[in-house]
Design a protein around this ligand. Structure first.
Ligand code: MD3
Ligand code: FE
Length: 194
């Protein structure tokens, strides 16, 4: 849903998320087994958060560095979920992905949720990005689209099990985020976990 959020709503949402991150500082997760760091920094909001470290991918109720519970989900995100997800229960996790000028996210499938049939709702804030999505098999053909600040994507049904990733961001294509976050992109994904 291109331009789902108005510039004023984007600003308010970015402000609420950045304020919440003061209590759950973005950190750089590492890949299972190799321990290689991701180029995206991450944090979470809500009862559960997605984390990755040498031991694997999983959802945890506390921040891996601070040991504190994740901050609550901003009201605007609960409202968004009710409006677009079509799912009767509220989201349990909001993964916050923070991209710098050179960050990318390789092709993957989100498969760490027991709630495999619940949709994932994504919100893009800040610089534009090239999002890529393929099929259920790694070798299926892919297509791409540019996601801009304020865009919302609902991944439901078959798309929920498709490979996807972020090829690159386009630094300097948005003036939404505060100076300290630029160039950059924040992606929020609302999820049911259990
Ligand atoms: C398609 N995030 O957090 S959001 C992720 O822009 C993730 O940060 C990307 O992939 C980002 O896991 C893409 C859109 C998205 C989110 C979840 C999906 C697409 C998806 C789950 C299944 C299929
Ligand atoms: Fe994903």
């Amino acid at each position: 849903m291109p331009g789902y959020f108005s510039p004023a709503d984007q600003r308010a949402l970015a402000g609420a998320v950045i304020a919440a991150l003061a209590d759950a500082p973005p950190y750089r997760p590492s890949m299972p087994r190799t321990g290689a760091p991701l180029s995206v920094t991450m944090s979470n909001l809500g009862p559960l958060g997605w984390i990755s470290d040498r031991d694997g991918y999983r959802y945890e109720p506390v921040h891996p560095v601070t040991g504190r519970p994740w901050p609550p989900l901003p009201e605007a995100l609960l409202t968004l979920w009710d409006a677009v997800s079509g799912w009767p229960q509220p989201p349990q996790a909001c993964l916050v992905n923070i991209y710098g000028a050179d960050s990318r996210l390789g092709l993957h499938v989100d498969a760490d949720e027991d709630a495999r049939d619940a949709p994932v709702v994504s919100v893009s804030l800040g610089d534009r990005a090239r999002f890529r999505i393929g099929g259920p098999r790694r070798n299926d053909p892919t297509g791409s689209l540019v996601l801009s600040s304020g865009d919302v994507v609902v991944l439901a049904g078959a798309s929920r099990r498709c490979h996807h990733g972020v090829d690159r961001i386009y630094p300097g294509t948005s003036s939404l985020l505060p100076a300290a976050w630029r160039p950059g992109r924040i992606n929020l994904t609302l999820r049911r976990v259990r």
